[in-house]
Design a protein around this ligand. Structure first.
Ligand SMILES: NC(=O)c1ccc[n+]([C@@H]2O[C@H](COP(=O)([O-])OP(=O)(O)OC[C@H]3O[C@@H](n4cnc5c(N)ncnc54)[C@H](O)[C@@H]3O)[C@@H](O)[C@H]2O)c1
Length: 269
């Protein structure tokens, strides 16, 4: 990357000329990421299983930034939908500079209460779909300068999480896969993950098995004393996709409000 230390501070984070495909972009984190990346200059492809929410995000982005967007219905677990997503992106924008594999879902699944079928479905949604879409996009990413793929990991994929066994296993595998992809796709394509802590996504976390009191306690346990906002994650995606991160690959970036601190000198409490 050409480097000018006297350029305005925001310039290394600008995404003018970038085409970024974001999966699960009708949701909280994906939607905020579409907004932030478009504000930084990118054309964003807003892909989601739910076309209504994807279209609403795309319309808002275009209204606020003037950037052309593409909203598209994609089930990331379907190979034919993945091909359709890539084809539509190339037909509209002619290239793909960055892929953000953001789809994911997990709910309360205690350690010994999950069927093999459920474990496999979680692995397909959270890990295998991202593998397959990345593989599909890689030849096109390789043609672009500072191309990247970035994954939405989870803090539950980095520590024992027996309450979310199907999801945490799948997210742990995703983090590992991101590093393997980094090793093989450099120097042309960078691969990184964001290890996301608890972020306010409205109803979705409640459906995953939490109640408001649990979430209050969780927020209180974090060093920063609050759960994340979707924009906290979106700015991290902006950084990892941008020229400012052009020498960063194979990393897991923790964005988690400092996580839960526990004293190394336990008391009886
Ligand atoms: N919110 C959190 O606390 C948190 C914490 C750690 C990791 N994450 C991860 O961040 C990512 C985004 O989470 P979020 O909080 O924005 O969730 P969200 O539920 O708000 O958004 C997820 C989106 O994915 C879409 N989706 C679901 N299945 C799909 C499929 N098969 N194909 C395409 N789209 C599909 C949904 O329609 C939804 O719009 C996920 O990978 C999640 O696991 C979230």
């Amino acid at each position: 990357m050409p480097h000018d230390p006297y350029q305005r501070l925001e310039s290394p984070f600008a995404l003018d000329g970038y085409v970024v495909v974001i999966t699960g972009a009708g949701g909280a984190i994906g939607g905020a990421t579409a907004e932030v990346l478009a504000a930084a200059g990118a054309n964003v492809v807003v892909s989601d299983l739910n076309l209504d929410t994807a279209q609403a995000v795309a319309d808002k982005v275009t209204k606020e930034t003037g950037k052309e967007t593409l909203a598209i219905k994609t089930d990331v677990t379907s190979e034919s939908d993945q091909h359709a997503l890539l084809d539509a992106t190339l037909a509209k924008f002619g290239k793909i500079t960055a892929l953000i594999n953001n789809v994911g879902w997990g709910e309360y699944t205690p350690l010994w209460e999950v069927s093999m079928d459920y474990m496999m479905k979680s692995y397909l949604l959270n890990t295998v779909s991202a593998y397959s879409l990345t593989k599909l996009c890689l030849p096109h990413l390789k043609k672009e300068e500072n191309a990247s793929v970035t994954f939405s990991g989870s803090a539950v994929g980095t520590t024992p999480s027996p309450e979310f066994i199907s999801y945490s296993n799948a997210k742990a595998a995703l983090l590992h896969m991101s590093k393997s992809i980094a090793a093989m796709s450099g120097p042309h394509v960078r691969s990184n993950s964001i290890v996301i802590g608890s972020v306010d996504n409205g109803e979705a976390t409640l459906k995953a098995g939490y109640d408001p009191e649990m979430l209050r306690r969780l927020a209180e346990s974090f060093v920063m004393k609050r759960r994340g906002a979707p924009y906290d994650i979106a700015y991290a995606f902006n950084f990892l996709v941008s020229p400012a991160a052009s020498w960063i690959t194979g990393v897991q970036l923790d964005v988690n409000g400092g996580g839960s601190y526990k004293s190394k000198m336990p008391t009886e409490d």
